[in-house]
Design a protein around this ligand. Structure first.
Ligand code: ADP
Ligand code: MG
Length: 313
């Protein structure tokens, strides 16, 4: 069938010339519109609710409907992008309403979801990570099981649920798994903050002078679920250990808010080296133990092994 909008466009062009041509153009366009199968079907289905001359009296609305529908069909820009027109009965006449397209709804949902995941210096592709796409292998099974269990149970938990401490070599997918859990939790409305710890450490150190770090720590520590990516990577500063990490861990333990960590080293090594020997040099095993106690309360250790998934250079 020839596109009705072609006649309408023609009509609109001719209308500007006015006179006989315009009147004829109008008639042809109106007849075409009334003969449109979708419009005929609508009128048939709603005959009992419509006035006898509803089609004629609603011709401007029907024209609008056809124009927008055909523009959408032909992938042309319509004046209501993202919405699809629908005919309705209104006071015995025909009117047009607009319903968001599936595409628009999906886009809105993605924006809502992204707002539930706050990231700090994390790779962008993390926002697309999903538990369904997480590669299965023997070495990843335990971690994936824990991650899925947390995502499934946390939103309806009755009591405190610890997060996970994921450790293993570079490239096995620790960061990816954190992102996947955060995205999955977002679907249930849970707000997660995912932080690349080494970058956070630098940012905190840079803002010691103006005390703005206090505000930053405050918003981070209160996040519903908090994930620290790549802890134990470089030498920790004593100040960051006690005034940043220590403060966050203390608050979260008291408030019983779960944490996730990713690291290249195990909890044991984290306690014996990273937390014990900071940039000040002398070991502080007691302080390290205190912090480690909190980490163990807030998360459960699980090892990830397997192939390096990083793209080959
Ligand atoms: P790690 O944090 O353990 O060093 P990453 O999570 O950064 O490893 O993963 C390394 C690379 O492999 C990244 O580019 C990541 O997006 C990709 N990747 C990891 N796991 C998966 C997966 N299951 N499916 C698809 N891509 C993955
Ligand atoms: Mg990583």
């Amino acid at each position: 069938m020839e596109s009705v909008s072609k006649y309408i466009r023609q009509f609109l062009r001719e209308r500007t010339i006015n006179g006989e041509g315009a009147r004829k153009g109008f008639e042809v366009a109106s007849q075409k519109i009334k003969a449109d199968p979708e419009i005929r079907k609508f009128i048939n289905q709603h005959q009992s609710q419509l006035a006898d001359d509803a089609a004629d009296r609603s011709i401007a609305k029907l024209r609008e409907y056809v124009m927008v529908r055909d523009a959408e069909k032909n992938d042309q820009a319509s004046f209501v992008p993202g919405y699809t027109p629908q005919l309705i009965v209104s006071d015995h006449l025909i009117d047009v309403t607009y319903k968001p397209t599936e595409e628009l709804l999906a886009k809105r949902k993605a924006v809502r979801m992204a707002r539930r995941v706050t990231t700090l210096s994390m790779p962008k592709d993390i926002l697309n990570a999903s538990l369904d796409d997480f590669e299965q292998s023997d070495g990843r099974f335990a971690a994936l099981t824990m991650a899925v269990k947390f995502s499934d149970q946390y939103p309806s938990r009755k009591q405190f649920m610890p997060g996970c401490y994921l450790y293993g070599p570079f490239g096995v997918g620790k960061t990816y798994l954190l992102g996947a859990v955060a995205n999955d939790l977002a679907k249930s409305g849970v707000l997660t903050t995912l932080i690349h710890f080494p970058s956070f450490e630098s940012e905190m150190k840079a803002s010691i002078g103006d005390n703005s770090y206090l505000k930053k720590i405050d918003s981070v520590k209160k996040s519903q679920v908090l994930m620290l990516d790549d802890i134990g990577a470089n030498t920790l500063s004593t100040w960051v250990r006690d005034e940043v990490l220590g403060v966050i861990l203390e608050y979260r333990m008291q408030q019983q808010l779960p944490m996730f960590f990713s690291s290249n080293i195990s909890m044991e090594k984290l306690a014996d080296s990273w937390l014990t020997f900071t940039n000040r040099g002398e070991g502080e095993p007691l302080k390290a133990q205190r912090l480690m106690q909190r980490i163990r309360f807030l998360s459960r250790e699980v090892k990830l092994t397997g192939s390096d998934r990083r793209p080959k250079k």
